[in-house]
Design a protein around this ligand. Structure first.
Ligand SMILES: [Zn+2]
Length: 234
């Protein structure tokens, strides 16, 4: 019975190894990494779009102000030439006013140029991020396809292991299976240990006393002094 449990134990270990190979596989790790990079890019894209929106709003305000000042200059010019200015002093004042507004307009023009440039940069950045995301997406799909292929192989392996486990389990008494399951975690997945001809315990790799070996050999119920696993002889 212990020998069968030991075989079950080996199959369980094999199944664990297959599952570990799955989550530790290069493709699985790559997929996780690409996904996290993709999320970062998505965040950058959001920030870039927001930046652009803010700059566009700013530009709109500037343009309103620009129009206002243009109107003002037009009015000043009209006043200048419609004969309402009657003396040199007022003329000088009007002209000074116009040149003052023109200076402001120039300043606004410079600010506009800066903002336009910022928008251009933002648009460019946005398209680069989009392109990066497109590439990530393609890489993800390629890697996922490879991963899925491997997964079907792993699933086949696990299914084979499970078939073997079922065959063995069918031959083991329920009380032994209960004992095995109850002690499985306690002994890190190997509650049963095999003694080889050198009296070495397969669980902890120490040599058991010869009395233990002899008792085990004659079918007595024994446990390893060191690790506590139930013993049987190879
Ligand atoms: Zn041991």
């Amino acid at each position: 019975m212990l020998r069968l449990l030991y075989q079950l134990q080996l199959l369980d270990a094999e199944e664990r190894a297959v599952r570990a190979a799955q989550t530790e596989s290069e493709e699985y790790q790559d997929l996780r990494r690409i996904k996290s990079e993709f999320e970062q890019k998505k965040e950058q894209l959001r920030a870039s779009a927001l930046e652009r929106k803010t700059t566009e709003d700013e530009l709109q305000l500037l343009q309103n102000r620009f129009t206002e000042l243009k109107d003002k200059i037009a009015k000043e010019n009209v006043a200048l030439y419609d004969g309402s200015v009657t003396n040199a002093k007022e003329l000088a004042a009007r002209e000074a006013q116009i040149s003052n507004i023109e200076e402001k307009l120039q300043l606004l023009q410079d600010q506009q140029n800066t903002l336009n440039l910022a928008i251009e940069t933002a648009v460019e950045k946005f398209s680069i991020i989009r392109q990066d995301m497109e590439e990530q997406s393609q890489r993800f799909n390629v890697t996922r396809d490879i991963y899925w292929q491997k997964c079907s192989q792993w699933e086949e392996d696990v299914s084979n292991i499970n078939n073997q486990k079922q065959e063995i389990t069918a031959q083991i008494d329920q009380s032994w299976l209960d004992w095995y399951n109850a002690n499985y975690n306690k002994f890190d997945g190997s509650p049963v240990a095999m003694l080889n001809e050198n009296h070495v315990c397969s669980g902890c790799h120490i040599i058991v006393p010869s009395i233990t070996y002899k008792r085990t050999l004659t079918g007595k119920s024994t446990i390893c002094d060191k690790c506590g696993r139930r013993l049987f002889v190879e």
